[in-house]
Design a protein around this ligand. Structure first.
Ligand code: AMP
Ligand code: FES
Ligand code: ZN
Ligand code: ZN
Length: 326
């Protein structure tokens, strides 16, 4: 084979820009884009993530993954017959959040996708960095708690059918392996392609379940999609995560396709990981959101840090913000 042939797309005569080893395909720009869109389409069908006629809330951070996902969903939503609504949470993390918000706002305008922006400063009068100082908790754990709560509230109040998250294959497998190493088996059950709705909580789906981090990045760069520059100033890659990522990349290098096979296996065994899981059976005595205890984590945090549980106020403010998007 001449070097010229080696560089050709497997589906046309254009030059290949990538080699998808697990699929034994070399693809040009156009066929790569189609391949990824088709892969997300098939993932939605395979795991029954989104149904015809649904309204879906896509949580968009401004990072590569959720920007790529929003773009893909805006393309395939017509074929699958669902409506896209976007959500961005502005947690007020220095200049980073301002830039991320601008990216998401202008991208949604260009796609003509309606966008709900929830601004933490407007809701609570404080930004994430203030909460970090006052609570003395690690930024990432606070950030996770706030995002979970706010996304759940917007999901309920906007009456969408499902919340869509941008986690991709590498993120999910890394968390699965980390939880396996720590034997937090119940936590693995929340890392499949979908988490079913529970009581009033809206279900969550992850359509990039079989798309790798590299594929997501390539999609963004070929399409020239806007993404926020840099990384969150609080971002720390834990040492276990870093090691696990290297390990997964290394076995994928020698056994192309093993990551997707593992992801499919986890999806198949997801019920197994739920054994003994405590569900959110209770209701927060302040804000009424589902919780496994008597008071939800958000109300506990705001009570401790701000002097009162602000869950009820936050819920009613969000209800007002989303009322025009129903
Ligand atoms: P992360 O936990 O930061 O890796 O984010 C995982 C997913 O959560 C992203 O792909 C988004 O779908 C969603 N997400 C994270 N941050 C935000 C944000 N500021 N606003 C809206 N959605 C977000
Ligand atoms: Fe959550 Fe950085 S995005 S701490
Ligand atoms: Zn081609
Ligand atoms: Zn509460």
């Amino acid at each position: 084979m001449s070097s010229e042939e080696v560089l050709k797309c497997s589906l046309c005569s254009e030059p290949a820009i990538t080699n998808i080893r697990y699929a034994k395909l070399r693809l040009c720009k156009k066929h790569f884009i189609e391949y990824i869109q088709n892969k997300v389409f098939k993932t939605i069908k395979r795991y029954e993530l989104i149904k015809n006629g649904w309204r879906v809330l896509v949580a968009v951070s401004g990072g590569r993954d959720s920007i790529a996902l929003l773009h893909i969903l805006s393309v395939i939503s017509k074929q699958l017959g669902f409506n896209v609504l976007a959500l961005h949470l502005d947690l007020g993390i220095t200049d980073y959040s301002r830039r991320a918000r601008e990216v998401v706002e202008s991208f949604c305008r260009s796609l003509e996708v309606p966008l709900i922006v929830v601004d933490l400063k407007e809701l609570l009068g404080v930004r994430l960095p203030d909460l970090v100082i006052r609570s003395r908790r690690p930024a990432c754990s606070l950030c996770g708690l706030l995002k979970r709560y706010l996304i759940n509230v917007v999901g309920i109040e906007s009456k969408v059918n499902v919340v869509v998250l941008g986690h991709h294959l590498d993120d999910l497998l890394t968390y699965v392996m980390k939880n396996f190493l720590l034997q937090k088996l119940n936590d693995i059950s929340k890392l499949g392609p979908k988490t079913e709705s529970e009581g009033p909580l809206v279900g969550r789906v992850r359509p990039l379940y079989e798309v790798s981090g590299n594929e997501t990045s390539l999609y963004v760069s070929i399409q020239g999609l806007p993404v926020v520059d840099g990384v969150c100033p609080y971002k720390v890659v834990g040492s276990i995560e870093g090691e696990v990522r290297k390990f997964l990349d290394s076995i994928e290098g020698r056994n192309p396709g093993i990551k997707i096979a593992l992801a499919r296996g986890i999806a198949k065994n997801i019920e197994f990981y739920k054994v003994g899981l405590r569900s959110n059976v209770g209701t927060c005595r302040y804000c009424g959101m589902p919780t496994s205890g008597d008071v939800c984590a958000f109300c506990k945090l705001t009570e401790k840090v701000l002097g009162s549980s602000t869950g009820p106020i936050v819920r009613s403010k969000i209800k007002e913000v989303v009322s025009s998007y129903r």
